[in-house]
Every structure is written in structure tokens, then in C-alpha cells.
Ligand binder design. Structure first.
Ligand code: ATP
Length: 212
């Protein structure tokens, strides 16, 4: 089991204007976490810190007990985390299959198919796919990567209810069957209900919500 831990993180984009204050948690592989909270509460900010896109103003982020700064943020980003962000970070002059091929040698078609793309869509240029289809390619890319942590920012945001529910089931499966640590920032109660742990960001603090 691997862990991604953050300890007493504080973060401000501008001097002394704190977005996060003394935020801590331990995230484990094999589990799916939902991070909820009002708009502007700092959820995406927290995700970018966990993904090594930025460093906390104060506090530490540890992977298996070692500060991620020890091996460096680039190492962290390349080897341990896979990001599904709102702009999808896809290479838009390539096809879905070419995008998954950049991440792993294995054939991307089974996972793209599982996520509802046809063979024809998998061979179409990214820009000729709908927003929801692009989102599913971004998820396929994360699932195919060897990284043990998947960080997803509103992965169901562009999807209808059924597709959103299927995608959440796939993320859950990635945690429970494939041992990933999945962290999903969401406004969706339906996604939160499928998470093992629900964390709520409010007033710069993170609290674990009890699951009934
Ligand atoms: N690059 C930036 N520079 C300055 N302030 C920023 C920057 N990025 C975000 N912020 C501010 O930081 C706060 C937290 O933003 P963040 O995107 O983390 O919130 P969020 O909880 O993910 O919001 P949402 O649910 O609306 O996506 C907001 O007040 C936002 O305006």
C-alpha cells in the first residue's frame, strides 16, 4: 500500500491571503476519495499541490513517508500521479488512441471502449470529439498510466447522469480492483456517495465527513 499524505498545508496565491490553512490528511491506495466544498474554497488548488504542479506556502506533502521535494516535483508528476484536469491536457492534434499510446505501450482501445468510445471515435482527432468524449479520453489516459495516484478535477462535469455514474464506477474500480488512490474533486452528491471517504473543504479547512 502507498500513501500520499499532506501535513499542515497552508497556501496563498497572494501574500497572506490564505486559501488553505493547516490542512492535513492521509490518502491511501485502494480507496476513492471525494473532495467537496463550495466554489472557490480551494479544491482545485489542493489537487494541484498534490499533483506537484505547485508547492505549498507552508507544510509538506509526503509520498510513502518521503517529502515529494526529495525526489523533486518533476519525478512526482512523471511517476506517481496522473491528472484529469478540467482542460483535459490532451494532445489535441492526435487521436484518443495516440493519446493513450503516449502514456503506456498497451492497446488503449479496451479502456476507451469501456468508457463508451467507438473504434471510429478512438481514431478521430481529439478536437472533433465532444467535451464529454474528450473528458473520457482524459480518464482513459489516467487509468492506463502506471501512476498509483489519480487526481481528477470534476471528471463528471460534462457528462449526462448515466455516463457520469458509469465513469464514477470505473474510477471506483480503479481504486478497489487495481489499487489506485483516486482523489476526485466534485460538486456531485452522486459521486460523493460512491466514495470511500468524503473530505469537505470549507473556510480554509478540510474535514472528513462521516459516511452513514
Ligand atoms: N492563479 C491564481 N491566482 C490568484 N488566485 C487564484 C488563482 N487560482 C485560483 N485562485 C483563487 O483561489 C481560490 C480557490 O480557487 P480554486 O480553483 O482552488 O477553488 P475550487 O474550490 O476548486 O472552486 P470551483 O469549485 O469553483 O472549481 C478562489 O478564490 C480563486 O479565485
Amino acid at each position: 500500500m502507498s500513501t500520499l499524505e499532506f501535513k499542515n498545508i497552508c497556501y496563498a496565491y497572494e501574500k497572506e491571503k490564505w486559501i488553505l490553512s493547516e490542512v492535513s490528511a492521509v490518502l491511501e491506495t485502494g480507496k476513492i476519495y471525494a473532495v467537496l466544498g463550495p466554489s472557490g474554497s480551494g479544491k482545485s488548488t489542493l489537487l494541484s499541490l498534490l499533483g506537484g504542479l505547485d508547492t505549498p506556502t507552508k507544510g509538506n506533502i509526503l509520498f510513502n513517508g518521503e517529502d515529494i521535494l526529495e525526489k523533486g516535483l518533476e519525478y512526482h508528476r512523471r511517476n506517481r500521479v496522473s491528472l484529469i484536469f478540467q482542460n483535459y491536457n490532451l494532445i489535441d492534434y492526435m487521436t484518443p488512441l495516440e493519446n493513450t499510446a503516449l502514456i503506456a505501450k498497451q492497446d488503449g482501445m479496451p479502456i476507451l471502449k469501456r468508457l463508451g468510445l467507438t473504434k471510429e471515435e478512438a481514431r478521430r482527432n481529439i478536437l472533433k470529439l465532444s467535451g464529454g468524449q474528450q473528458q473520457r479520453v482524459a480518464v482513459a489516459r489516467a487509468l492506463i498510466s502506471a501512476a498509483s495516484v489519480i487526481l481528477a478535477d470534476e471528471p463528471t462535469g460534462n457528462l449526462d447522469e448515466n455516463t457520469a455514474s458509469e465513469l464514477t464506477d470505473i474510477l471506483r474500480e480503479s481504486a478497489h480492483q487495481f489499487g489506485k488512490c483516486v482523489v476526485v474533486v466534485t460538486h456531485s452528491q452522486a459521486v460523493a456517495e460512491k466514495a470511500d471517504v468524503v473530505l469537505e473543504l470549507k473556510h480554509k479547512k478540510l474535514k472528513e465527513r462521516e459516511i452513514l
